[in-house]
Design a protein around this ligand. Structure first.
Ligand code: SF4
Length: 466
């Protein structure tokens, strides 16, 4: 790794930048505008959030808090768990453990820093980890492997049944750092009795592991609080998603990012509820006024990103969408699949239920939530099997009135690249113009954002969409 990268700790540097960013929201609009010329490096990422008003300010504070929790965990006597975005952090919060979710930290570095997190990605490869793996873990993993972050106490992740490259990243980390680990296992089925029982038993073993690591028993009341809060949060998300069905969609274009970002950072915690409450107010006002959530208040097109988004510097994807008045109507990351979600009609068996009656029902609930996390839920088996990626994408595209569908992922994602052309063919046959992006959501070196945007423009023009 370049010697200059060793000058600053990765998580400390992210935290300090985010703390300053969050503070910019404390001043008046006039003060903020006067300050912008003094922060040329960061204005491209701070401005869009501050322009979102209270919602954007709350989101910046939320990420700031997340990073602060990481860098202060040990002095507060808490354990740090390295984990993944397809693992709900709720159980960790219930046990007073601070999560370090590798993929979300990679996204933060990618959208905030011109150099992205590529130095850290390459460092993993220098150590022997394969460069054909998913870049979403490597972007921050490299920093922790090189000692440029807080010391990790243990790691919890999901098995190769869902994503071999993801599981291998954590397995590589536990060997290199010599830390304890627990890997949840996911059978290929989602709704059969045996799979459900397997999830429950496996999750109980995970709790035993966490109790051993922390020396504390799981607190039933704390778990209930977290699950009640989760139910409240998903009810607000559900309300916004109902509004999202309206044409034009009243959701500002970045709201899907905030929905899943907030969930990955703080599922079940009041910080996320506060953010959602700010968001739903804006959505309702826009809907009442018949406005779209775009800066222009109009909507020309509705795009469904049926996999993940693209995290180039300064949220370039969302700027591109806003400029063309294209509503982002969700991705695999934004939907939660709670039983009362409107898009579950006809697929009720894939839902999870929150039941806080007793400890057993709560453990069941949290195991079910985890098995419905993005990727865990819909790409655990063949893409065209019942309840899997194709069925889910078609249902969501129809419900949210998509004009076109877009795939974006990472070249390391064998789970999707193995069948992306097949699913695109099926989606086209169902009547949806479908575009496959060839870039890397987390690594701009694979295809520059400019080239990616040019291909998106070409798709819209050639297909007569804009
Ligand atoms: S994007 Fe693909 S490769 Fe990366 S974690 Fe998800 S399933 Fe795995």
């Amino acid at each position: 790794m370049r010697p200059e990268v060793y000058e600053y700790n990765f998580d400390w540097m992210l935290w300090r930048s985010l703390e300053s960013a969050a503070k910019t929201g404390n001043g008046s609009v006039k003060e903020f505008k006067h300050m912008l010329p003094y922060i040329p490096y960061f204005r491209g990422i701070i401005e869009p959030f501050i322009n979102l008003g209270e919602t954007g300010k709350t989101f910046l504070k939320l990420i700031d808090r997340y990073m602060e929790n990481i860098v202060t965990a040990h002095e507060k006597g808490k354990k740090l768990a390295m984990t993944t975005f397809c693992f709900s952090p709720s159980i960790l919060y219930a046990m007073d453990i601070v999560p370090i979710t590798l993929e979300v930290l990679t996204v933060l570095g990618s959208v905030m820093w011109k150099r992205g997190t590529t130095d850290y990605m390459d460092y993993c490869v220098e150590l022997g980890f394969t460069e054909t793996s998913c870049s979403s873990q490597r972007g921050s993993l490299g920093a922790y492997l090189s000692g440029l972050g807080e010391n990790i106490d243990f790691t919890v992740f999901n098995t190769a049944g869902i994503c071999d490259t993801n599981a291998n990243a954590f397995s590589f980390a536990k060997t290199h750092l010599n830390i304890p680990f627990y890997s949840l296992n996911y059978p290929a089925g989602l709704t059969d009795k045996e799979s459900n029982q397997y999830h429950r038993d496996d999750f109980k073993e995970l709790i035993k592991f966490l109790e051993n690591q922390t020396g504390k028993k799981l607190d039933e009341d704390r778990l209930r609080e977290i699950l009640d809060e989760t139910a409240k949060q998903e009810a607000i998300v559900g309300e916004m998603e109902e509004y999202q069905r309206i044409v034009p969609s009243p959701l500002p274009v970045t709201y899907n990012f905030l929905i899943y970002g907030g969930r990955f950072f703080f599922a079940g915690m009041p910080e996320y509820t506060e953010l959602l409450q700010d968001m739903v107010k804006v959505v309702k006002e826009n809907a009442k006024a018949g406005r779209s959530g775009m800066t222009s208040g109009k909507e020309k097109l509705r795009a469904f990103f049926f996999y993940i988004d693209h995290y180039a510097l300064n949220l370039s994807l969302w700027r591109w969408l806003d400029k063309r008045e294209i509503s982002h109507i969700g991705s695999i990351l934004s939907r939660s699949f709670k039983e009362d979600s409107p898009y579950l009609k006809g697929m009720e068996e894939v839902a999870y239920v929150i039941d806080t009656t007793n400890l057993n029902t709560m453990i069941d609930s949290i195991a079910m939530i985890n098995s419905r996390m993005p990727m865990v839920r819909s790409i655990r088996g063949p893409y065209d099997r019942p309840n899997m990626w194709l069925e889910e994408s078609l249902a969501l595209a129809k419900m949210y009135k998509a004009d076109c569908l877009v795939y974006n992922g990472t070249p390391g994602c064998r789970n999707t690249w193995s069948n992306v052309k097949l699913i695109a063919r099926d989606l086209e046959e169902a009547g949806y113009p479908t575009h496959i992006m060839y870039g890397d959501a987390f690594d701009d070196r694979v295809e520059s954002w400019e080239a990616t945007a040019a291909r998106l423009d070409e798709f819209l023009t050639v297909r007569g969409l804009l």
